[in-house]
Every structure is written in structure tokens, then in C-alpha cells.
Write a protein that binds this ligand. Structure first.
Ligand SMILES: Cc1ncc(COP(=O)(O)O)c(C=O)c1O
Length: 378
């Protein structure tokens, strides 16, 4: 069906994704991109994002969070020769599920001793890439950096002289890399871990540390890989007060569109919708065809949305399928018109995220399956 006839939909511009990837590559010409596409490609649609990134943009490595996401990718794209890393919910301790890694050519990012022991002990995993993640200060998953020697001893015990990919992950990449103590600390700890492996005679084929915030600050150029997620979809992940630290000028690759169902004028204080919440001002109300059933949270009340350059505010209680937007009285807006909740403008996207107290990561991810994702290449 034509996008414009669908009512509400997320239009994903794959050419803009390409633009973002090209721009990142210009800054990191030596590094391979390991594109993080967990949570359904940050809400944009896992399969389409991976397919296009590989076919049209030449990205060959992807990261997901769960074994289920990885299996979905292999099921829908059985013939594309990409590497898929599973980062957190590995299910590696369950023997039959661990077998899925072999059957589907998946790479477990090992970050726990129990999984590493299984991996090293069982002959069947011998030819799977060995990928290890260290905790250098994020304090979530990862081998503690203090235990690098123990991990090295374990590898040696099993005759391993090489690690295919050694990683760590920043906790505060949205903060300045040169000033934030935790960032400085993490960079130093990762360097130490790498040196310990090298001193022990274990070669490191690939290393990576940087996610979007670090990449926006031109960091980690001595690693072989970079691991961007959010930035490739357009938004910055820098904290607003540190924006000047970022060179990134990403384009938001999606546009969220819906329809105006009804418009009417209201006086200040007139009750609107569930709970009869008074209109905060006089104005023209537009009822748009998306609500919390689509992922427009009730917390969005008060946020600014624009129609043809005129600012309106979400008012009253967001309903399951509809939202009230209050514009200045007489704003030309009428039933049946298309309404854009966000488009390519990173500042307005950032404003929506800020006003709704929703991470830029969440805005797209929380759109429900009711919102079709439509892809456009040009
Ligand atoms: C281990 C790891 N690397 C990289 C990323 C990408 O992060 P970002 O979306 O901030 O670029 C993530 C995302 O959460 C992650 O968990």
C-alpha cells in the first residue's frame, strides 16, 4: 500500500542512513563498522536495516542483544555473508541453544566465566570466533578488568594464542572523553587489558571500545573496529550541555507521520478528553491519529509538535489511538491533512526527546508494531 494512504507510519529513508554511514566512515577510514542493531534496529526494523546496510552500504558486521534477534536475522536473510555478534542475552549455558551459534554462524560476545569455560572446553566451538568483553567501568556485563590475568591463564590452558575480538563499553560516552573521570579511567583500563594479552603472547585480531558518544568525539582511533548504534539513525547521544564536543551532524533517518482526524476551536479551560482536562489556552485543537497504542506515551503532554512551521502543544491526556494538539487559534490545519510528528530535523527531534523526558534512543524504539515501517531508498 502507498505510504501516504496508511494513515500512520514511520518512513525510513535508507539514503539518509547511507549518508550517516558515509560521514562516519570519513572520520574513521581505518576502522570496520560493527553496526549495533539491537531492539529491532533501534525501532527502525532489524531485517531491512541490516539488508540495506549490507547491500547498499557494505557494512559487514552487526551486533544484536539476544540470540532471538540473531536467529531472526539469519532466518530472514539466510544468504547474506555478514557477521552477527550476540551481546547480552546469549543463552550459551543451554547446550541446545549454544548449538544455534554453530548452526547459524553467530558470534557470542562472551562476558562471563561460565560461558567462556563452556566455549573453551567443548570441541564443537573450536572454530567459532573467540570474542571477549571486559568490564572496565560500566559495571554491567563483562569480565572484570582486574581478572584479565585469570582469563589469559584460562585461554592458555586451552591452547588459545589468539582472541578474535576484544571489547569493552563506555558508561559515560555522552560526556566529554577528555574530562570525564570515568571515561579517562575506562580508556586506561582497556589499554592495560590489551597490553596484558599482548605481553602474554595472545594476539588480538580485532578490538573495539567506542559507541556513538565516543565516536562523536573522535575517540578510539587505535582500535580496529567501531560500534555505533544511535548516531547512524541520526540523533546525537551527547548530553545537551556537551554538544559542542561533537562533530556529528547526523540526519534523522525517519519521519513519523499520521493524519488529522478532527479540528475544533476551544476556549481556555474547556474540558478535553478523558478526565476532562481543561485546555491550557484558547486555540485550535487538532486530534491526530496516534496515541499510546502506537507508542506516543501519556508522558508526552506539554511537548511541542509543529504543523507547517506553526508550533502546537500536546494537551489533555494522550488516548490509546489519538492525541490532542493545541495550536494558536486560527492555525490552518484541517481534517484529513497529513501530520508529521518528527522529520529529519535533529534539533526538533532533540527537543521532543528533551520535552518528553525520553531518551533519543527510546523515541523510535517505543513505537509499537501498529506503526508500519515503510522504507524508501531515494
Ligand atoms: C556493547 C555495546 N556497544 C555499542 C553500543 C552502541 O551504543 P550507541 O547506540 O550509544 O552507539 C551498545 C548499545 O547499547 C552496546 O551495548
Amino acid at each position: 500500500m502507498e505510504a501516504a494512504r496508511l494513515g500512520s507510519y514511520l518512513l525510513v529513508h535508507l539514503n539518509k542512513l547511507k549518508k550517516n554511514i558515509d560521514s562516519l566512515r570519513e572520520h574513521y577510514p581505518q576502522q570496520e563498522i560493527l553496526f549495533m542493531v539491537k531492539a529491532d534496529g533501534y525501532g527502525h526494523g532489524l531485517v531491512e536495516i541490516v539488508k540495506s546496510s549490507f547491500q547498499d552500504m557494505g557494512v559487514k558486521e552487526f551486533g544484536v542483544a539476544t540470540l532471538g534477534e540473531a536467529m531472526t536475522l539469519r532466518k530472514h536473510l539466510p544468504n547474506i555473508p555478514v557477521e552477527i555478534y550476540v551481546f547480552s542475552d546469549l543463552q550459551f549455558h543451554q547446550s541446545d541453544l549454544a548449538e544455534c551459534y554453530l548452526e547459524n554462524r553467530l558470534i557470542p560476545v562472551l562476558s562471563h566465566e561460565q560461558d567462556l569455560k563452556i566455549f573453551l572446553k567443548e570441541e564443537r566451538f573450536k572454530h567459532l570466533p573467540l570474542c571477549l568483553k571486559f568490564n572496565t567501568g560500566m559495571n554491567r556485563l563483562g569480565f572484570p578488568y582486574e581478572k584479565a590475568e585469570e582469563v589469559i591463564a584460562l585461554l592458555k590452558q586451552h591452547g588459545r594464542g589468539e582472541v578474535d575480538h576484544l571489547m569493552s563499553h563506555f558508561a559515560n560516552a555522552s560526556m566529554p572523553m577528555d574530562k570525564n573521570n570515568r571515561n579517562i579511567w575506562q580508556k586506561e583500563r582497556f589499554k592495560e587489558v590489551k597490553e596484558k594479552f599482548q605481553k602474554a603472547g595472545i594476539s588480538l585480531k580485532a578490538t573495539s571500545l567506542a559507541n556513538s558518544g565516543a565516536l562523536e568525539q573522535d575517540e578510539c582511533k587505535d582500535e580496529t573496529h567501531i560500534r555505533p548504534g544511535l548516531m547512524l539513525f541520526g540523533p546525537t547521544s551527547m548530553a545537551p550541555q556537551h554538544l559542542r564536543k561533537s562533530w556529528w551532524q547526523g540526519v534523522i533517518i525517519s519521519e513519523l507521520k499520521t493524519t488529522v482526524l478532527h479540528t475544533f476551536d476551544v476556549e481556555k479551560g474547556e474540558p478535553l478528553g478523558y478526565g476532562s482536562i481543561p485546555a491550557p489556552e484558547e486555540g485550535t485543537v487538532a486530534i491526530i491519529a496516534m496515541g499510546y497504542g502506537d507508542g506516543i506515551s501519556t508522558r508526552y503532554r506539554g511537548a511541542t509538535l509543529y504543523h507547517k512551521g506553526v508550533a502546537g502543544r500536546i494537551c489533555a491526556r494522550v488516548c490509546m489511538d489519538m492525541t490532542f494538539v493545541l495550536f494558536p487559534k486560527g492555525t490552518p490545519i484541517s481534517r484529513g491533512e497529513e501530520f508529521t510528528i518528527w522529520s529529519g530535523d535533529p534539533e526538533k527531534f532533540g527537543q521532543l526527546s528533551h520535552e518528553t523526558e525520553t531518551l533519543p534512543y527510546e523515541l523510535v524504539i517505543q513505537l509499537t508494531t501498529r506503526v508500519p515501517r515503510i522504507y524508501q531508498l531515494d
